[in-house]
Write a protein that binds this ligand. Structure first.
Ligand code: GLU
Length: 304
């Protein structure tokens, strides 16, 4: 049988514009960019501003400028999820149509009117299926959930190894369009990754748990599943991820050489001690020549 031609590598970085670049953002950007370079691939930049309630004005430009001053270069124009709602709606319509075709069975997409308070009272983070029998369409304000079937989603993460999640037992029916009519991250990210032809996703391990839901959605929608590499996280002393929304300190571009070298060390790349005395182009050259994904540790690191 002729060997299947490998698709050209397309990677991406997808920050949410909720605050300035902090060390955790730098690590994820660096890991995904170097992995794309190493595969002679394209590296796309996507602003994940689908949740407009969390978007901070000007944060997108600030993130892009900071990344540029660190020497990052991406291919093509930056895309914005907030400008793609028409596409998400089309996909949602397709899912609803798919759901109606199977109306005799359990609906694949169903409206949910459970309040957060009601769900908290169940004492479990897994949706109990309360609204499963509701019929579409509903006039009352409601979220839309995707039915979680009793199937195991397995994937082999290039860094974190074998993963498995039962989408019904470990996750439950999940929201694809929120009550406030905003599209959920899970739907937007899956649609964007597919239409941009992303072949490998390199991102922080905080999203490892979301990946089975995304693969499930890809399967329901008939999309290909990309490869996944989840990077260890920079955490504080209590083990929580340092994040923009929690007000983590933004990176200081005056120390960009040192910070880039620290990010390389964080990713297990072992740069020479005096590399931070070099200029930013030389650091990129060293990093591109020496990048080895197998050296990335699995454990999160505490930042001191
Ligand atoms: N927008 C997400 C974040 O900033 C990343 C999502 C992803 O890479 O899939 O944490």
């Amino acid at each position: 049988m002729p060997r299947q031609k490998q698709k050209p590598y397309i990677g991406r970085f997808a920050p949410s514009p909720t605050g300035p670049v902090h060390f955790g953002t730098l690590i994820a950007a660096l890991g995904s960019c170097l992995q794309a370079k190493n595969n002679n691939g394209r590296w796309l930049m996507r602003m994940e501003d689908v949740d407009t309630t969390r978007t901070v004005e000007g944060a997108d430009t600030d993130i892009l400028k900071t990344l540029e001053s660190f020497g990052f270069e991406w291919h093509g124009d930056v895309t914005y999820q907030s400008k793609c709602t028409g596409v998400y709606q089309q996909v949602l319509d397709k899912l609803i149509e798919q759901s109606n075709r199977h109306a005799s069975k359990q609906a694949l997409v169903f409206p949910c009117i459970c309040s957060r308070k009601q769900l908290t009272q169940t004492g479990s983070s897994i949706y109990p299926g309360t609204c499963r029998q509701r019929q579409l369409p509903e006039t009352q304000d409601h979220a839309l959930r995707l039915l979680a079937k009793d199937i195991d989603i397995r994937f082999s993460d290039i860094i974190m190894g074998e993963q498995s999640q039962n989408i019904q037992q470990d996750c439950g029916d999940f929201i694809i369009r929120r009550r406030d009519r905003l599209f959920a991250y899970q739907l937007a990210v899956v649609v964007d990754d597919a239409r941009q032809g992303i072949t490998e996703i390199v991102r922080g391990a905080d999203l490892l748990d979301s990946t089975p839901r995304q693969i499930y959605l890809q399967q329901v929608l008939g999309y290909d599943t990309p490869a996944y590499c989840h990077l260890p996280l920079a955490v504080d002393a209590s083990g929580s991820k340092i994040s923009k929304s929690e007000g983590a300190a933004s990176v200081d571009i005056k120390n960009k050489e040192e910070l880039l070298c620290r990010a390389l060390t964080f990713l297990g790349q072992d740069p020479p001690a005096d590399l931070s005395d070099s200029d930013i182009d030389d650091i990129w050259q060293w990093a591109s020549r020496n990048w080895n994904i197998d050296q990335i540790p699995r454990q999160n690191h505490v930042l001191v």
